[in-house]
Write a protein that binds this ligand. Structure first.
Ligand SMILES: [Cu+2]
Length: 197
């Protein structure tokens, strides 16, 4: 009989623990936030019009990424695109953004481009951007330099709130006379999702 009571007590504790744990995870925005020492690596590749019939459609692949809230994310963007898509004069998207202090959604937000820190690229030299308006994140991707095959950007950041955020490329790299068509309008190409879980 004692054994049965002990077993029941153990079962009860497990159920209680499970209830507490599920209660903790019921607020998706603040629970299970990782610390900055948790580092995750993600890689996106920018291909330049490799799909048949879509030769003027550059593409981020994968277009959607999933990251843990609070973890330090090293996002490596490897571009094969040697073309520029100059931003209009006065556009803010040549600047690297991050570390939003107003809302506290993002920490960090620093960029290393081909091994060197980058805070701003002249608008005329921008090839693509990785821009998350909802998080005030903007990484800038230069064109592949002459004689090289790729250019590599590493953007390091933390997102402190769970959610699904859209990203887009702000450089007019798509089709049409203004460069805003085709890939620029299409999820899976120059738009996608950042899922913070
Ligand atoms: Cu682009």
């Amino acid at each position: 009989m004692k054994t049965v009571i002990k077993s029941l007590a153990a079962l009860f504790s497990i159920l209680l623990l499970a209830t507490v744990l599920s209660a903790c995870s019921s607020d998706p925005s603040t629970s299970n936030i990782f610390t900055s020492s948790t580092v995750v690596n993600r890689t996106m590749v920018i291909q330049s019009g490799t799909e048949p019939g879509k030769t003027d459609w550059p593409q981020f692949s994968p277009a959607d990424i999933t990251i843990p809230a609070g973890a330090t994310v090293k996002l490596t963007i490897i571009s094969y695109d040697n073309g520029t898509a100059p931003l209009p004069t006065g556009s803010p998207f040549g600047h690297v953004w991050g570390g939003d202090s107003t809302f506290g959604l993002v920490q960090g937000g620093t960029e290393i481009s081909d091994g060197k820190p980058l805070t701003e690229l002249p608008n005329s030299q921008v090839s693509h951007t990785f821009t998350v308006p909802g998080l005030l994140i903007n990484a800038v991707i230069p064109a592949v330099p002459n004689g090289a095959t790729t250019t590599t950007v590493v953007y390091t950041f933390r997102v402190m709130k769970k959610g699904i955020y859209e990203w887009l490329c702000a450089a007019p790299c798509g089709s049409g006379s203004n460069g805003m068509g085709g890939a620029m309008q299409t999820f899976g190409w120059m738009r996608g999702l950042v899922k913070v879980v």
